[in-house]
Design a protein around this ligand. Sequence first.
Ligand code: OMP
Length: 213
Amino acid sequence: MKDYQRDFIELAIAKEALLFGEFTLKSGRVSPYFFNAGRFFQTGQGLASLGRFYAQAIVDAGVEFDLVFGPAYKGIPLASATAVALAEHHGLDYPYCFNRKEAKDHGEGGSLVGAALEGRALIVDDVITAGTAVREVMDIIAGANAKPAGVVIGLDRQERGKGELSAIGEVERDYQIPVVNIITLNDIISYLEQQGGVEHLEAIKAYRAAYGV
Ligand code: OMP
């Protein structure tokens, strides 16, 4: 695990963005942990630090893209903070845009805001579990004059998709793109093991055995 990944886990725990307990997921699975990226958005500094973690993960992965795309809603602050961090900390000033969930029929109109959605779009989002949310974003990209370049998420929950592959493996296969993460479930498990905390580990490992790949 790299230093910034450990820092991310520690900050996520401190901000209660990474929670342990019992959570019902969108997929219906009942998980012993949950990542709520919104907890980072509660202050300007929290959001700025989140943007730096995303930017670092993108630079580390070496993914090639033309534009940063933030899917509504949580992807919007995530992608905004990431685009700022790429420019300010890595000298990478990319075009950036996001979508509205409901198209606007007055003023500038339409459902996209920012740079034109064209070329290879890097999608910035919070979490992939079963892959439902990210597939909806792919439809938006396909409906515009763009192609997906990759997806970057804060947490890869490393869960099974529809078949033998992970949900993320299926996205990578179906769209021929990389899915980059700041951390994975295995990183969280390693971190908890290193901390010597046994409290949540058993439940998380049981969950991984049931739904993991
Ligand atoms: P999938 O559409 O199943 O991939 O679930 C992804 C979405 O689930 C995310 O965009 C979140 O809205 C939500 N989610 C979290 O935010 N954090 C988690 O730890 C787990 C989920 C989830 O419901 O699976």
